[in-house]
Ligand binder design. Structure first.
Ligand code: NAP
Length: 497
């Protein structure tokens, strides 16, 4: 069974390892970038690091005991992924510079055709779309954006050739990326103006280097590494509890954040501007002990007046002030609702995934979509986490898709397709589980244009692990090739439980 994986980031590599371990030898990863890494290839901005502790932001089966810091910097994470790809014999299966433009299911041949930008076509029995939710930089909707005559770039495509020293710099956006790079560039720029649309809730993250003695203990004391992972797992589940129960656990989370922020924000004016006006946990809670102090530096100004338009000199705010700058850095996040688009995905009977998702993206467990046989999405709809490690989810998804493909392989089927009623029911359940949670209490990138929350998993990591642990055969139908059954069309086999 030939499997094509689109994307060689944490997700694609997790899927490749899982499939290889279970006897799928014909696995190819197509990666648009010149090397593996996904988000950790692209996000090289100053201060880029994970904000989930590395002992948990890593594969469970490839643990490192010598992480340099609580949350490793981007080069260390990229090195880790390179090492994994080499150790698990994945590297040689990655085709870099291969940007996939279309995946098309052929009903007669019961296979996928995968096209890349250079015109190459490859066929496969299964496709795994591992492009993630956070891979296409989003530019803000601001009038006259292209009027600005100075230098610009997005945080996910950092221009390392542009020297910020002595420059007047504007940063638009104050999300998880900006809070990491603003403290770093504040040390270089002559003047830094940070444009904030919404304030954030902050929890501390000092990110100190692990002392040598602690690293040695992780190496030498049996069980310590596992105990650390267990502790981190529980800590992160408690953040989800705070989001799920805003008026009880969430109230405690808010109190913890408020005390920390009050202590950090000594400047009354900055405090007033930076303070969030929505429920704790509705948007991503940010972990930084450096951002709020950076906003109070003499060379930094926080502007929370909305940007009315972009002028040739810089952003002009609604109060009529023109902020003259040399460079604008967009920390404005990603086109999260686009998932794998603009890739054209065509399933059975020529149906396009774009049409199927016209009213919002949805997939069974975020992984399978009816009418798209043997197509699996990693980090798909409703699988983002606000209080966990995405690596945990990716591993669960890799295990699940591997079970689906084993089921097809072991039964001699050409493909496997989730039943429409199963997917519809699981989507209803997911949406219902948001009721009463903090996620519903503000606007955020977790929602699509119609307001439906399509990014996040509404529950705990342990629930997702439980639901994906064992694939239920009854939830799927097997597709057999027509010639195998003397039928003119491919045959969908009914399944017994
Ligand atoms: P983001 O969280 O979507 O932040 C985008 C920022 O741009 C927000 O502050 C947003 O304001 C602002 N914005 C958008 N349009 C604007 C406009 N017209 N005017 C002013 N401000 C505007 O993007 P991100 O910071 O790149 O992070 C995206 C996600 O990536 C995170 O939530 C996280 O899951 C992940 N991430 C993780 C890490 C890590 O683990 N280390 C680091 C970075 C990112 P609003 O809040 O009002 O929309």
């Amino acid at each position: 069974m030939r499997v094509i994986i689109v994307g060689a980031g944490f997700g694609g590599i997790a899927a490749a390892i899982e499939l290889r371990r279970h006897g799928f030898d014909d696995v190819t990863l197509l990666e648009a970038a010149p090397e593996l890494g996904g988000t950790w290839h692209y996000n090289t901005y100053p201060g880029s690091a994970c904000d989930v502790p590395s002992h948990f932001y890593s594969y469970s089966y490839a643990q490192r005991r010598d992480w340099s810091r609580l949350c490793s910097p981007q080069p260390e994470i990229l090195d880790y992924l390179r090492g994994i790809a080499a150790d698990f014999d994945i590297q040689r299966r990655i085709v870099t510079g291969a940007k996939v433009t279309a995946c098309e299911w052929d009903d007669a041949a019961c296979q996928w055709t995968v096209r890349t930008e250079d015109g190459t076509e490859r066929t496969a029995a299964a496709v795994v779309l591992a492009t993630g939710q956070l891979n296409q930089p989003a530019m803000p909707r601001i009038d006259g954006l292209d009027q600005f005559t100075g230098h610009t770039f997005h945080s996910a495509r950092w221009d390392h050739d542009y020297d910020l020293r002595g420059k007047r710099v504007a940063v638009i956006g104050t999300g998880a990326s900006a809070v990491q790079f603003v403290p770093e560039i504040a040390k270089q720029a002559a003047q830094l103006t940070v444009f904030q649309r919404s304030g954030n809730w902050f929890l501390p993250r000092r990110n100190r280097a692990y002392p040598a003695v602690l690293k040695a203990l992780f190496q030498l004391v049996p069980g310590l590494q596992e105990a650390r992972r267990q502790f981190l797992f529980r800590y992160m589940e408690s953040i989800t509890a705070a989001i799920r129960h805003p008026s009880t656990v969430g109230w405690l989370g808010r109190l913890r954040a408020a005390v920390f922020m009050r202590w950090q924000l000594r400047d009354r004016e900055v405090r007033r501007k930076a303070w969030p006006d929505y429920t704790f946990g509705c948007k991503r809670v940010l972990f930084s002990s450096a951002f709020l102090p950076a906003l109070q530096r003499k060379n930094v100004e926080l502007v929370n007046e909305p940007i009315a338009r972009m002028t040739p000199d810089g952003p002009e705010t609604a109060d009529g002030i023109r902020h003259v700058v040399d460079c604008v850095i967009y920390g404005t996040g990603f086109k999260t609702n686009d998932f794998m688009f603009p890739m054209e995905i065509t399933g059975t009977a020529g149906r396009s995934l774009r049409e199927v998702w016209a009213a919002g993206a949805h997939a069974h467990l975020g992984i399978t979509v009816p009418g798209f046989p043997s197509m699996f999405i990693l980090y798909g709809p409703n699988t983002n986490t606000s209080g966990g490690s995405i690596i945990f989810y990716l591993e669960a998804q890799a295990g699940y898709l591997r079970q689906a493909l084993c089921r097809a392989r072991d039964t001699g089927a050409a493909a496997i397709d989730v039943r429409a009623e199963v997917e519809a029911a699981s989507d209803r359940e997911v949406q219902a589980r948001f009721a009463g949670t903090a996620w519903t209490q503000c606007d955020s990138w977790y929602r699509d244009g119609a307001g439906r929350i399509v990014a996040n998993w509404p529950g705990y990591m342990r629930e997702y692990a439980q639901l994906t642990r064992t694939l239920a055969p009854a939830q799927y139908q097997l597709i057999h090739r027509a010639e195998e059954t003397d039928q003119p069309e491919p045959v969908r086999a009914e399944q017994s439980t």
